[in-house]
Design a protein around this ligand. Structure first.
Ligand code: ASP
Length: 329
């Protein structure tokens, strides 16, 4: 505009531009509550209503952050926090138990705007592991802290630690006892894999991803899975996408699943959908890895791709899409 253009015209043009940018940016949040074999009879006659309720509450908590103009980082934190507090899922309270009967928790978070990331592994006394992962990202010079050191950091940050018993539900104790006795799961009792995660894109087009888990039941020797490993279970980059994974971690780590999806988009120019399908249905499956991912790109496109019989999942966006699902259809 010329120097003689009146100020009010400039202001109106700017406002219109901002409004249009805000209007065209699709807000999206996608969550998962774990993938695996989920027998229909295990969900009971109500078809898993309590699980869907938990997923819907987490979706709404995350989406309301986005709707209020909040960041994708805050949205994924809010969603994962609720799922950690829900004893039905394998994260926070209700996490699976290790061989010694303790909950041992892993979590990670990543900001697609600047590739900052934070993660914790093997913590036993932190109520909301995703909060501590975020603290690592925002208040430490490191990316991944584990075990006693991570808890010392938590104390320094003013956290109150909780007894391990806070996490251990009767269902998880019974599950471990059955595994130790060499028995399989009874048909009418659902103790799903249940790792949780969320990915989102906000009004500024920034993407973020978060994942939290108790890992695998009966795990031994301080085993750490893919969930706290940046690039394997979690990744976010505005230039491609944000991903949170769930499934057999040993396979996801070796296939660097979350990063591989982002890399295919960036290097080959593929769509999010194509990249996620290639990795989950081909590369991971042929390798013997079972599970799935949720992912979102900066335009608000969402993907929920899995090669297992089921994956607890949900999506909500500003185009009016709102759904939760457990099986393929
Ligand atoms: N990926 C998690 C792990 O291997 C487990 C899961 O997603 O269910 O620790």
């Amino acid at each position: 505009m010329s120097r003689r253009t009146p100020g009010w015209i400039v202001a109106v043009c700017l406002a219109l531009g901002v409004a249009q940018a805000a209007e065209t940016q699709v807000l999206t949040i996608v969550i998962h509550g774990g993938a695996g074999v989920i027998a229909r009879e295990q969900l009971g006659p109500d078809g898993g209503a309590a699980y869907r309720e938990g997923l819907n509450a987490a979706l709404d908590a995350g989406y309301s952050v986005l709707e209020a103009g909040g960041s994708s980082l805050d949205a994924v934190t809010a969603a994962v926090r609720l799922l950690e507090d829900n004893p039905l899922f394998n994260a926070g309270r209700g996490a699976v138990l290790n061989h010694e009967g303790e909950a041992e928790l892993d979590a990670s978070i990543m900001d697609g705007r600047d590739l900052r990331a934070g993660a914790i592994a093997g913590v036993k006394h932190v109520r909301n592991p995703i909060d501590l992962a975020r603290r690592v990202m925002e208040h430490s010079p490191h990316v991944l802290l584990h075990g006693a050191g991570a808890e010392e950091f938590a104390l320094q940050q003013g956290y109150t630690l909780v007894p391990n018993d806070y996490f251990r539900t009767p269902a998880r104790k019974a599950q471990l006892e059955r595994i130790l006795r060499g028995q399989t799961q009874p048909k009418n009792e659902l103790v799903a894999l249940g790792t949780v995660g969320a990915v989102a894109v906000d009004q500024r087009g920034n993407v973020a991803a978060a994942t939290s888990t108790g890992g695998m039941a009966d795990k031994r020797w301080s085993r750490i899975g893919d969930s706290p490993i940046i690039g394997a279970g979690t990744y976010a980059d505005n230039a491609s996408c944000a991903v949170s994974a769930t499934g057999h971690g040993e396979f996801f780590m070796r296939k660097v699943v979350a990063y591989d999806i982002c890399a295919l988009m960036q290097y080959k120019g593929w769509s999010l959908e194509r990249a996620a399908r290639e990795v989950v249905q081909k590369k991971l499956k042929e390798f013997g890895g079972e599970g799935g991912v949720i992912a979102v790109d900066a335009k608000g496109n969402a993907v929920m791709e899995f090669n297992s019989p089921g994956m607890f999942r949900g999506v909500r966006d500003s185009r009016g899409r709102r759904e939760t699902a457990i099986y393929d259809k």
